[in-house]
Design a protein around this ligand. Sequence first.
Ligand SMILES: [Zn+2]
Length: 96
Amino acid sequence: MVITSSRHSRFEATSPIFLQPIQSNNANMYFHELVHLIQRRLLGPGRFLFSYANGLACFGYQQSPLQVMAYDAETAFASSTASFNVEKSVAQKLNS
Ligand SMILES: [Zn+2]
């Protein structure tokens, strides 16, 4: 999968995304998973896995910081046709 995530860069996802067949046509779900791929690329695999697991252990699935970030971006994607730079948004949130 190759996704253009900003004007000047291409994001090549080499990690598989596993979705249930009922979700295979759900663009919002792909966008949610794209956010996790960007998180993984920006943090690096080790920090991403640690942060993801730590967030689940400390806050549970729904309140895990990386999940909240992905759901917030998914909601923004689903609720507007305005374009936004999700890679930049994720980078800003990871650094705040
Ligand atoms: Zn998620």
